[in-house]
Design a protein. Structure first.
Length: 80
């Protein structure tokens, strides 16, 4: 289980959450993943992000999946 050590609002509709340790396979990436719900984005990273870094995020580079699908994948991965 991942531990979020900090959460802060970067700008309207954008939040940054900092993880205690990286996800497996994402050790070399500051941004671990981005969550979106009702037009509000939560960028989960290893180091705190600046407003400039958030403004430079190109959402077209990310794949957004429905939460039900992500939860199903997580349950599958936990059993492996």
């Amino acid at each position: 289980m991942q531990t979020i050590v900090e959460t802060r609002k970067i700008k309207e509709g954008w939040y940054n959450q900092v993880l205690e340790r990286p996800l497996e396979g994402r050790e070399n990436s500051n941004i671990q993943y981005i969550l979106e719900a009702n037009g509000i984005y939560s960028v989960v990273s290893m180091k705190p992000l600046t407003l400039e870094e958030v403004n430079n995020i190109n959402l077209d580079e990310y794949i957004f999946k429905p939460l039900k699908e992500v939860m199903k994948e997580g349950a599958t991965n936990d059993n492996n």
